[in-house]
Design a protein around this ligand. Structure first.
Ligand code: FAD
Length: 446
């Protein structure tokens, strides 16, 4: 299958939806690719109950004259020039052949994922990401009456704890690794963002009966054999207790789930594959969200973790700019500094305490795809060295989980992205090899 677009948007989260709407309303032929069946990204893809803003944006997106490739994932770039290029995408349904997506302008709105840090027991069943548990509950996991510890860092802790309580969970503690002093500048930045302040206050009110412990983190998740486990030796060990640490004190908390995530890591693999300039792990853009690669824009979390409003604004700027409406884009970009101040304050508040490097013991798994333990990594000198000698980062997640962990633990910078950027079907790669260097794409200039 070949599709030809003026503007191709990768990601249908808030940033991608806003970009697609702006470009389509400006008369561009727009295509939007997202690897999930439903648009909305991390925050709005899970259907009901959606906040008003989510309903409004999703409604506008569904109504916009754009081609939506839902359940498709971009795996490679076949050609890139200032006048356009071709990306290869693969469908979630393996029987559907891969597609070549031709574009004149490309907007990357690929979002971010959770950061996980290894500690003893972090791979036990019922220990999961904060956003991960939230998504499972939205997908139907029964949580009423379950005891949950929410831990890690970032505003997601409070948002998810509030949602779990609403669904009947008993959230026994919210553990934020940052100290109160480290979070203070974020509080000041919130004063200049009344909408976010109101939202934060609502989450705190919803979680008011749960202790919010700053400077607190999990030391270990423990599986203790229960009566059921004794009867059936084949039963998987299940989480029973979490050991928490705060101010040199440690204690155990009984729980059914531990939701643990240490803020977010931007999805920049596609941007690095396309040669976009990076700074401190984020994609560098100008005021119109143009990257250093001609013809490529970037919006939302790959440029900085700033929440829904930042993603929506940047998406809209990118969509207008890609459609040639530079004046409108520049006018909107005047709203960015306030949002960027919040993004920076958030980054500061979520800076990881160096003591979290000591959580993993020698036998703690770091790369769960390839079962590589901390002890095996201590002798290695770089991400590449670890790959070659231990296969760390070579499993199905391709280092998306352990890469962020080893960067924090050892300061190893990830290797530059190489195609395919996601594990791909052999048939897609064979088609690509058979096609050789693709012909000059035909661009639809409507
Ligand atoms: C449970 C939860 C609650 C939250 N609550 C709030 C809140 O109350 N307020 C707030 O401000 N923020 C909240 N957030 C954060 C918010 O989700 C993000 O700020 C926002 O979604 C970022 O939008 P985005 O478009 O930049 O990225 P995303 O929403 O991450 O969207 C990016 C999309 O691109 C897709 N994608 C990536 N790479 C590819 C590829 N190669 N091919 C195809 N598709 C690809 C991804 O699958 C994803 O669907 C919450 C997040 C979570 C998880």
């Amino acid at each position: 299958m070949t599709q030809i677009f003026d503007t191709l948007v990768i990601g249908a989260g808030p940033a991608g939806m806003a970009a697609a709407i702006a470009a389509a309303e400006s008369g561009q032929r727009v295509g939007v690719v997202d690897d999930n069946p439903a648009p909305g990204g991390q925050v709005w893809r899970h259907g009901t109950p959606l906040p008003n803003a989510g309903r409004r944006w999703k409604g506008q997106f569904e109504a916009a004259p754009a081609v939506r490739l839902a359940g498709w994932r971009v795996i490679d770039c076949l050609r890139l020039a200032p006048d356009g290029g071709v990306l290869r995408a693969e469908c979630n349904t393996p029987s559907v052949p891969a597609a070549d997506l031709h574009f004149r302008h490309l907007i990357l709105a690929t979002g971010a994922r959770e950061r996980f840090l290894p500690f003893p027991g972090w791979t036990l069943p019922n220990v999961m990401g904060v956003g991960g548990l939230d998504a499972m509950v939205r997908g139907g996991l029964p949580i009423a009456g379950k005891r949950v510890v929410v831990a890690g860092t970032g505003p997601l802790l409070l948002a998810v704890a509030a949602h779990l309580i609403k669904r009947g969970a008993q959230v026994v503690a919210i553990c934020e690794q940052a100290s109160l002093a480290q979070m203070a500048p974020l509080g000041l930045a919130l004063l200049r963002q009344p909408g976010k302040l109101r939202q934060g206050a609502a989450y705190r009110w919803a979680t008011r009966k749960t202790p919010f412990l700053t400077h607190c983190w999990p030391l270990a998740a423990l599986a203790e054999p229960g009566a059921d486990d004794h009867r059936d030796p084949g039963t998987q060990p299940r989480l029973r207790t979490v050991t928490l640490h705060r101010n040199e004190r440690q204690w155990n908390v009984a729980c059914d789930y531990l939701a643990c995530g240490f803020h977010l890591v931007p999805n920049t693999e596609l941007a690095t594959l396309l040669g976009c300039q990076m700074q401190d792990g984020f994609v560098v853009t100008d005021q119109q969200m143009r990257t250093s690669t001609p013809g490529v824009w970037c919006a939302g979390e790959p440029t900085g973790i700033g929440g829904v409003d930042a993603s929506l604004l940047e998406g809209r700027i990118a969509g207008l700019s890609a459609a040639g409406k530079s004046e409108a884009a520049l006018s909107l970009s005047q709203r960015r500094p306030a949002i960027q101040a919040f993004t920076q304050a958030l980054e500061h508040a979520c800076r990881l305490n160096p003591r979290l490097r000591d959580l993993a013991a020698e036998e703690t798994t770091v790369c769960r795809c390839e079962d590589v333990h901390m002890g095996a990594l201590r002798e290695r000198s770089s991400a590449r060295d670890a790959r070659l000698h231990t296969r760390c980062g070579m499993g199905p997640c391709q280092g998306r989980i352990c890469g962020a962990a080893t960067e924090f633990l050892f300061g190893w910078l990830p290797d530059p992205a190489r195609p395919p950027i996601f594990p791909a079907l052999v048939s897609s790669l064979m088609e690509e090899a058979a096609a050789g260097s693709p012909a000059q794409p035909e661009i639809d200039s409507r």
